[in-house]
Design a binder for this molecule. Structure first.
Ligand code: ADP
Ligand code: TPP
Ligand code: MG
Ligand code: MG
Ligand code: MG
Length: 332
């Protein structure tokens, strides 16, 4: 188990994975295999590789993104209320829209579940989905329900760019300011707490149950001239790694600029864990990370955490490569 509190996944192995399996390919190796060499139609304005895609219709554009949440992998029914799980499933998708600078409009919900699943549980889960969608002035416009061995939620969200270009992962330029909007490390602290069998402190535990992304911060960053943007789902350093690779730049995070809330320090002390590691590598808070030209005024809620460097230095922390996992990766 890594120090940021990740529980052993079912099927996870300590020996090296068998060649040819997804575990050997890795999450992002698998995505490369599944996406390369395909020719997109001219209606695909932005294809796979970013937080969301952009498609053209003859009477406009739509931003589209999807994320699957699996019982035991993304949530546990004994850790969260159904409403929390519903909120989380919608929020992680709406954060991807925000990371493009888009405003959510609509959500589609696929539910797979075993036969003994209580209808009232799914109704409560749907209440949570609607509550989160309404927080962003979006609605659930459709979905699907099917049988399965465990609860799986497949959510697709659609959004509107308001006439602006999408803010991609690939536009960061050396000299830009690296900034974030939102909390980091809280959900990871909550995961560590829940993983040890505790249910408090409720602040971090609720942060693990569902994120509260600042949806309007995405469009605000776009309007302020953000050159690139991503939401932090896997961990700050892991997701900045995607942004650095797509933009072909280095990103240096200055830890003195990061907030390590006293509540995270207290949980870290109680559990013998390093709270800065949660901030740097814990996912699921869905803060937005973006780069801005150095002359731009950062929008409300955005704070500088580092700088964009000349190409090919990857992601560094206080000028040094980071030791250890940079965030969550499925099958690792
Ligand atoms: N099976 C797939 N086919 C096509 N594209 C995929 C597939 N799985 C993931 N992707 C794309 O790969 C990119 C990275 O996915 P992911 O890391 O899940 O993004 P995010 O963390 O923003 O949800 C996204 O653009 C996503 O749409
Ligand atoms: C029961 C349980 N175990 C572990 C975790 C931790 N966890 C699961 S998925 C994940 C990262 C984000 O999930 P992913 O499916 O990669 O979302 P995406 O990056 O596509 O938005 C984390 C930190 C959790 N939330 N719940
Ligand atoms: Mg994302
Ligand atoms: Mg995803
Ligand atoms: Mg991920």
């Amino acid at each position: 188990m890594s120090t940021h509190g990740r529980p052993q996944q079912e099927g996870a192995r300590s020996d090296s994975p068998r060649p040819g399996t997804v575990a050997a390919a890795g999450e992002f190796g698998l995505i490369r295999t599944l996406t390369r060499g395909r020719t997109q139609p001219s209606t695909t304005l932005l294809g796979p590789g970013d937080d969301a895609a952009v498609v053209a219709a003859s009477d406009g554009r739509v931003v589209a993104t999807t994320d699957v949440l699996v019982q035991g992998v993304h949530f546990r029914l004994d850790w969260s209320d159904p409403e929390h799980i519903g909120r989380k499933a919608v929020a992680v998708n709406l954060a991807d829209l925000a990371a493009m600078g888009a405003v959510p409009t609509s959500v589609l919900v696929g539910i797979a579940c075993p036969p003994e699943t209580e209808t009232t549980m799914l109704a409560a889960l749907t209440d949570g989905m609607w509550a989160e969608a309404e927080r962003a002035r979006a609605g659930i416009i459709g979905g699907d329900v099917v049988g399965a061995d465990q609860l799986v939620l497949s959510v697709t969200a659609l959004g509107d760019l308001g006439g602006r270009p999408p803010v991609t992962r690939s536009g960061a330029r050396p000299g830009d300011v690296l900034a974030i909007c939102g909390r980091l490390g809280w959900a990871a602290a909550g995961l560590a707490v829940l993983g040890r069998g505790f249910r408090s402190p409720v602040g971090v535990v609720n942060a693990q149950r569902y994120p509260e992304p600042a949806y309007q911060a995405g469009p605000a960053a776009a309007i302020a001239g953000a050159t690139s943007m991503i939401d932090v789902s896997d961990g700050l350093l892991a997701d900045l790694g995607h942004l650095a690779a797509a933009s072909e730049v280095g990103l240096d995070v200055q830890t003195a600029r990061l907030t390590v809330d006293q509540r995270l320090v207290d949980v870290g002390t109680a559990l013998g864990a390093d709270p800065l590691r949660w901030v740097l590598t814990g996912g699921e808070d869905h803060a937005l990370a973006a780069t801005f030209p150095s002359y731009a005024d950062l929008p409300e809620g955005w704070v500088q955490i580092g700088t964009v460097l000349l190409p090919d230095t990857g992601v560094t922390v206080d000028g040094m490569p980071y030791e250890g996992d940079s965030g969550w990766e499925h099958w690792r």
